[in-house]
Design a binder for this molecule. Structure first.
Ligand code: CTP
Ligand code: MG
Length: 382
């Protein structure tokens, strides 16, 4: 049966914790979005429409450029609007053309899932994978709980299969007072007959931070913990402020260097590169290249974090020590931790910033320069 696929990937991933939106996170060496696109193409989709946030069209190009028969369109403010943007992109197809609508956040789709939906659609208006609810259901809060019978309750997954005209019409006539959370709900409301095919735990929707760690372990069951360390020093010179750990601090001197001379971020970048055996900051961003003159060092750190993510790795924790007599670091420590966590896309609890003096001894003690040291722990597929 000929069919097209719509993958909605325009959400804001609020429940997924810090970091880039989930379709763009890396899983098993590729962006999560790419998993479903490849699966639909392998299952014989004629066209795959990926619905992405308006400012992510070029990211889709980067992630999928080498694949055939896909197109990216901008999504809407909620899932239902994103689905409708996808339907609009294939409205020139025949009314009975089959469309499978899928969440990008469910990467482990297979041809077998697709085939069972296509088979079931032969005798129905809609077909969806669903699993009987397994856990006991409770309604309430700390004040009181009641147990809700789970008899006859199902968890609906995606992809969900329909004929183009049926689902497009149903969306056009949707009059529910709240936004539908799946497409079958829209067809049901319009009087369509939706049938269930057996769901699969592998079609789980990656929603919360821990879901991503679990998915990564499914792809790469064996992990190793690795450690890296970094060291950097810059000389003090005339100036009015200094960049340290991504934060600009007013000071009567500045650190001299080719980039913004943020020794804290440089040491940390080297620690992360060290943990994955990727050389050092100078190898990735040669000081001889004028492009990096005055450059903000957050991009160096983000690059190192990206290299780790791309190989399926995860930052366990990082710890930076700044060695200087002045400025005082204490008042800025929280801002530094927050900024580093933001750049790395990790919770702030994984980031430590400390400071010490050398009691007047050595080049830091004499105020000739500032030194930074960092260690980083990462987990990568073995
Ligand atoms: N989606 C979309 N457009 C929206 C909202 C959601 O395309 N305006 C997509 C998401 O990208 C995701 C799918 O719908 O692939 C299922 O939504 P969900 O898992 O809720 O993702 P998000 O809305 O991004 O996450 P959250 O609700 O935690 O913010
Ligand atoms: Mg959502």
């Amino acid at each position: 049966m000929e069919f097209s696929a719509i993958i909605v990937a325009a959400g804001s991933s609020e429940r997924a914790g810090p970091g880039v939106p989930k379709p763009w996170r890396w899983l098993g060496g590729k962006p999560i979005l790419r998993w479903s696109v490849e699966a639909f193409l392998a299952a014989g989709a004629r066209t795959v429409i990926v619905v992405v946030a308006g400012d992510r069209i070029s990211d889709a190009q980067d992630a999928l450029a080498d694949l055939p028969n896909w197109r990216a369109v901008p999504g809407g403010a909620n899932r239902a609007l994103s689905v409708q943007a996808g339907l609009e992109a294939i409205r020139d197809r025949a009314p009975e053309h089959v469309v499978l609508i899928h969440d990008a956040a469910r990467p482990f789709l297979t041809s077998e899932h697709v085939q069972s939906l296509l088979d079931a659609l032969e005798t129905a208006d809609g077909a969806i994978p669903a699993r009987p609810v397994a856990d006991t259901l409770k309604r309430g809060n700390e004040q009181g709980l009641e147990t809700v019978s789970r008899a006859g309750l199902w968890q609906a997954q995606t992809p969900q299969a329909f004929r183009l005209e049926d689902i497009a019409r149903a969306y056009a006539s949707w009059s529910g007072d709240s936004e539908p959370t799946d497409d079958a709900a829209v067809l049901e409301r319009a009087g369509g007959r939706v049938v269930l095919v057996p769901g699969d735990p592998m079609l789980m929707k990656l929603t919360y931070p821990e879901d991503f760690a679990m998915a990564e372990r499914l792809v790469n069951p064996s992990y190793q913990v690795r450690i890296g360390q970094g060291l950097d020093a810059h000389r003090w010179g005339p100036g009015t402020s200094v960049w340290l750990c991504g934060v600009e601090i007013p000071h009567d001197q500045t650190l001299m260097g080719h980039s913004d001379a943020d020794a804290g971020l440089h040491a940390l970048t080297d620690a992360l590169l060290g943990a994955i055996g990727e050389g050092d900051i100078g190898a990735h961003f040669p000081p001889s290249d004028p492009k990096w003159r005055g450059a903000a060092s957050d991009q160096f750190l983000r690059h190192a974090a990206d290299l780790i993510a791309r190989r399926g790795g995860r930052i366990v924790n990082v710890d930076v020590t700044l060695v200087c007599e002045a400025p005082r670091i204490g008042p800025h420590r929280d801002a530094m931790r927050n900024r580093i966590a933001e750049i790395l896309g990790v919770e702030v609890s994984r980031v430590s910033v400390k400071a010490t003096t050398t009691e007047g001894m050595g080049f830091t003690g004499r105020g000739e320069g500032l030194m930074a040291q960092a260690v980083a722990m990462v987990e990568t597929p073995a």
